[in-house]
Design a protein around this ligand. Sequence first.
Ligand code: NAP
Length: 276
Amino acid sequence: MTEANARPTIAVLGAGKIGEALLSGLLHGGRSADDLLFTERYPERSAELTKTYGIRCTDVPTAAKDADVLVVAVKPQDIEPLLDELAPVVDPETLVVSLCAGLPTSLFERRLPAGVPVVRVMPNTPMLVGEAMSAISPGKHARPEHLATVEDMLSAVGKVVRVPESQQDAVTALSGSGPAYFFFLVEAMIDAGILLGIPRAVAEKLIIQSAVGAAAMLVETGEHPVILREAVTSPAGTTIMAIRELENHGVRAALLAAIEAARDRSRELGAEHEAH
Ligand SMILES: NC(=O)c1ccc[n+]([C@@H]2O[C@H](COP(=O)([O-])OP(=O)(O)OC[C@H]3O[C@@H](n4cnc5c(N)ncnc54)[C@H](OP(=O)(O)O)[C@@H]3O)[C@@H](O)[C@H]2O)c1
């Protein structure tokens, strides 16, 4: 990274769904295509991405040489061959950012040259529409400036928080899987519309816009969700009848148990990687 060009050159290793979303977000956020690189296994995919975004596809040794930041975005099960390729070519000054769910920073620190700074990220799929929630954790050698670089990069595709790595399993259960819980809820509410005789297309519109509106109110008012819910829950009205049924069916307890189960599964998967 030169003084004149304070923004680092970023290489995305494995430009699949998440990798492409990041590259696209960085371009939208004003980065130049000349400061971005990616690696991919299939020539057709590389050609498609280069055509769409004007970003250069390269190989791992060139990415390691030319980039200040290496973003690892392969599936966790594909990490070993990539680490084999990276280990001999990574400079210990190069920042390695892992988007791989469940892989601890210690895995990268063990397999890559001593002292290499590693930042672990748990993003989520709304990165595809520039609304990701990403939680970042420093490895042993990552300094505040490395975290700042990652925050700057990820803020192009959504919001970012810092958490200790010990909380990454909980984050995976909350925001990593979080969008799936909302999709599940929306799906169930649309079914309720069908039950009440509303055409599917109308039910979808009613529920999706209600979800968007509720999310916007949470963000824009900054009010606690209880306050916002109380505001639409009038005495002996319709909403309280629904709330009583939600409580009768243990929906709150179900969410607590579901998210705890997701956290436990994330721990289990992480332990499998530690064992290798
Ligand atoms: N999607 C999510 O919801 C989500 C959320 C949080 C975190 N993540 C993490 O983000 C990472 C990427 O997920 P994804 O959904 O984007 O997966 P994906 O679409 O499968 O993308 C991975 C890409 O990396 C390529 N690849 C694999 N090994 C490679 C290598 N050695 N060199 C170059 N390219 C290689 C794959 O090519 P092939 O097509 O040949 O396999 C594929 O295009 C995962 O580690 C995942 O845990 C994903």
